[in-house]
Design a protein around this ligand. Structure first.
Ligand code: DAT
Ligand code: MG
Length: 140
């Protein structure tokens, strides 16, 4: 497997509870290097665009409102097999199904307020990184 980059969000439920550092530590412990990081607050339009793939799902409105409710921390993670490795460290979408030691098992509050986002494939990783960062902001 090659070195990859993936896109991560530390979500409002986590920034609100001062879990930014604890979650970043999980990435670093797993061998993922944080090559870009910034704290921002999304507009509703940005949240709707970012989660556009879910626009027909019943939870879409709730998801977008949650994502704009507090600041988030957007990051680019780099490492061997970074996309799959990050999904592993995150744990299952629903914290009730997440494995022990994963971020969602330890920190998530519910399936909606589940502390982190991570890209699911190389194409989405590239799109999501480009949505939030310019090339100059990525420092490997
Ligand atoms: P993931 O974030 O694990 O990639 P996803 O892409 O299927 O999961 O969904 C995106 C986000 O939408 C997820 O992190 C939380 C929210 N979500 C998904 N399923 C949900 C549900 N059944 N009820 C409420 N929110 C949900
Ligand atoms: Mg997803």
């Amino acid at each position: 497997m090659a070195i990859q980059r993936t896109f991560s969000i530390i979500k409002p439920d986590a920034t609100k509870r001062n879990l930014t550092g604890a979650i970043a530590a999980k990435f670093e412990e797993a061998g993922l290097r944080i090559v870009a990081s910034k704290r921002i607050q999304l507009s509703l339009a940005q949240a709707q665009t970012f989660y556009g793939v879910h626009s027909e799902r019943p939870f879409f409105g709730e998801l977008c409102e949650f994502m704009i409710s507090e600041p988030i921390v957007v990051q680019v993670l780099e490492g061997e097999d970074a996309i799959a490795k990050n999904r592993e460290v995150m744990g299952a979408t629903n914290p009730a199904d997440a494995a022990d030691g994963t971020i969602r098992k330890e920190f998530a509050l519910s399936i909606g307020e589940n502390s982190v986002h991570g890209s699911d494939a190389p194409e989405t990783a590239a799109e999501e990184i480009a949505f939030f960062f310019s090339g100059l902001e990525l420092v490997g």
